[in-house]
Design a binder for this molecule. Structure first.
Ligand code: DGL
Length: 258
């Protein structure tokens, strides 16, 4: 595969656009084919088998389109499908996981109190249990499934301040937020809520997402294979979606430009 080939990036819907945006910012020479599966979103309340099947169909199509690598811009699909996809396809497949390590490392040895906001499936899968086990002896971790936050993005309600804040309060009022050191945004849809979380949380609580780390990892992998796009090429992002309505196309574009 030539270094000028595109990178396939996919998510259950529009959340992964937050990752595509980061690729555009950090790797401006790369061409990105983004696929959002909004017709089948959310993935986070489906079974692992369903998510594996949907993810496989997307990656199969990317391979037919000649991508040089795939980014699973979805924590949920990574938990359910990444291993199987890596066994099946011989291009690099970059996954995501909640950035719990980043949150815990901030304590420099002091116990951290961390909320991990993610989908129900991500928090139920073995991958997250393994991640929790690495940190739970030394830190206090609160996994919080927030499926409603995925729906709000997919329904185009992200600018509805009342709806968003009401939903955040539903999930987070049970915590004494003044005692929380960090909230990990363990779902790519949630990255669009950064300003709302800032409004909800005291200044002492950090908001952490895995997008930057994922894009950095993508760069390292492509570089090690000699597959980074040449510096004289101009990158772009092509957005596609299984929901072919004008509404979704406009919403996707507005999230990319947000
Ligand atoms: N954006 C996805 C994630 O990062 C999943 C959202 C969903 O479809 O439930 O987990």
């Amino acid at each position: 595969m030539a270094s000028t080939a595109p990178i396939g990036v996919f998510d259950s819907g529009l959340g992964g656009i937050s990752v595509a945006r980061e690729i555009r910012r950090d790797m401006p020479n790369e061409r990105v084919l983004y696929f959002g599966d909004s017709a089948n979103a959310p993935y986070g309340t489906k079974s692992p088998e369903q998510v594996r099947e949907l993810s496989d169909a997307i990656v199969k199509r990317f391979v037919e389109q000649g991508v040089k690598a795939v980014v699973i811009a979805c924590n949920t699909a990574t938990s359910a499908a990444a291993n199987e996809l890596r066994d099946r396809y011989d291009i690099p497949i970059i996954g995501m996981e909640p950035a719990l390590k980043v949150a815990c490392d901030r304590g420099h040895g002091n116990r951290q109190r961390v909320i991990v906001a993610a989908t129900p499936l991500t928090l139920r899968e073995r991958k997250f249990a393994v991640l929790m086990n690495r940190f739970k002896a030394d830190h206090t971790i609160f996994p919080e499934p927030c499926p409603g936050l995925v729906e709000i993005v997919e329904h185009g309600q992200l600018d509805d301040h009342d709806v968003v804040m009401r939903t955040l309060h539903q999930y987070f009022d049970q915590y004494d937020l003044s005692t929380i050191d960090a909230v990990v945004l363990g779902c790519t849809h949630f990255v669009f809520y950064r300003d709302y979380f800032r409004e909800l949380l005291p200044d002492t609580a950090e908001i952490i997402d895995g997008n930057e780390g994922t894009v950095r990892h993508l760069g390292v992998v492509l570089e090690s294979l000699g597959k980074l796009a040449p510096e004289d090429t101009e990158g772009d992002i092509k957005l596609a979606n299984s929901d072919t309505s004008v509404r979704i196309a406009q919403l996707a574009q507005s999230l990319l430009n947000r």
